[in-house]
Design a protein around this ligand. Structure first.
Ligand code: PMP
Ligand code: GLN
Length: 383
């Protein structure tokens, strides 16, 4: 008898990011789909990591992350969010933000637990929940402003609600949570046993004078939260796959039990280099205006096409409606754009469990202006 896998994720296919990036490569298209920069990262940071390797920092570091790096991160969040974080007890370095989120879910979820999330949602959340035997409870963000209807959220809370996951600035919509949203969240979880997972990987990528309301700023929310970050997004090095999670000591203690028998510890030289580089504040403080100018450049150029921009207040992304062009479903239209016009995007329907198709595509503008210009040039040919 041959062994048989009873799939833990029977309804899951290949992630849309890989589908669209592979299609882009196959057709030699400009890839504005998967979110990664095509411009070089800091030469100084590359130098620091190379130096760390050459200096011999090539063995395991502490399973919770290089102590000096955790210390710098504690200082960073104290400065940015007035958070009083203990680098030893509350920070763990992880191989990316996605892993931090997965580990947080695995730490808290039991079979039959329910997790509230907002759709469109980053595509790892639901599989992360379901692989733990828990149930995803999606709440649709309103279209086209992608705001949270907190009255609707309240109707989804049951005695089985174990957690709620929030993501601001938001992938894929570029929406940003306001102080009012935070108050509503506070109201929702007060006197409940609900955990919060806060995906803040785009914390610095925020535009138009908006403020990032990190959960780290609110002690009453933080005490029930796992807050997840990614170095990839801050330093234009998505391929390094390094991030970290911040959580109160009791929560982090359990998180580390899961982490230590999964990847145990992360890349040593990168952590040494990052610890050094984190002494500079400008690279992350300037990030918002740097990406905002790319959003503006792209949006201005896209005005020459038949696509209609939806507002983006943060992240790497902006949504565009193609209602003036076609009534094809998003996935079909996105594939045709690659094949016929040489531009890859992400269909937003891929971020929904429920079948929602508003005829909008996600474009990544974290690219060189020359790349964005070439893409728009192609898109102008759509009549
Ligand atoms: N959350 C969201 C919403 C993201 O867009 C990303 C980017 N890929 C991540 C988490 C995690 O990124 P990584 O695992 O590459 O650090
Ligand atoms: N976060 C990136 C995006 O949304 C991609 C990450 C991935 O490919 N898993 O495009």
């Amino acid at each position: 008898m041959n062994p048989v896998i009873h799939s833990k994720l029977p309804n899951v296919g290949t992630t849309i990011f890989t589908v669209m990036s592979s299609l882009a490569a196959e057709h030699n298209a400009i890839n504005l789909g998967q979110g990664f920069p095509d411009f070089p990262m800091s030469e100084e940071l590359r130098g620091l990591v190379s130096k760390a390797m050459n200096d011999g920092h090539n063995q395991y570091v502490h399973m919770n992350g290089l102590p000096a790096l955790r210390q710098r991160l504690a200082e960073k969040v104290a400065g940015l969010y007035q958070a009083n974080i203990d680098a030893d007890a509350e920070i763990t370095v992880t191989p990316g933000g996605t892993y931090a989120i997965y580990t947080a879910f695995t730490t808290i979820l039991e079979k039959g637990d329910e997790v509230i999330l907002f759709e469109p949602a980053y595509d790892s959340y639901i599989p992360n929940i379901e692989i733990n035997g828990a149930i995803a409870v999606p709440v649709s963000l309103s279209y086209p402003d992608y705001a949270i209807d907190w009255d609707l959220v309240r109707t989804k809370v049951t005695p089985k609600t174990k957690a709620i996951i929030i993501n601001s600035p938001h992938n894929p919509t570029g929406a940003v949570l306001s102080e009012t949203d935070i108050q509503a969240l506070r109201h929702l979880v007060k006197d409940t046993g609900i955990f919060i997972i806060s995906d803040e990987v785009y914390e610095h990528l925020i535009f138009d004078g908006k403020t990032h309301h990190s959960i780290l700023k609110y002690p009453d929310l933080y005490e029930r939260s796992f807050v997840c970050f990614s170095f990839g997004k801050v330093y234009h090095c998505t391929g390094w796959k390094l991030g970290y999670c911040i959580a109160p000591p009791a929560l982090m203690k359990e998180f580390r039990k899961v982490h230590q028998f999964n990847c145990f510890t992360c890349n040593s030289a990168a952590q040494v280099g990052l610890a050094e580089f984190l002494q500079h504040k400008e690279p992350y403080l300037q990030l918002g205006s740097f990406l905002q100018s790319k959003r503006d450049y792209f949006q201005e150029a896209m005005a020459q096409t038949k696509f209609t921009a939806l507002p983006s207040y943060g992240s790497y992304f902006q949504l565009y409606s193609y209602k003036n062009i076609s009534d094809e479903p998003e996935l079909e239209f996105a594939k045709r754009l690659v094949k016929e016009y040489g531009v890859a995007t992400i269909p937003v329907s891929a971020f929904y469990k429920t079948a929602v198709d508003n005829q909008v595509l996600r474009f990544c503008f974290a690219k060189k202006e020359s790349t964005l210009a070439k893409a728009v040039n192609n898109l102008q040919n759509i009549l």
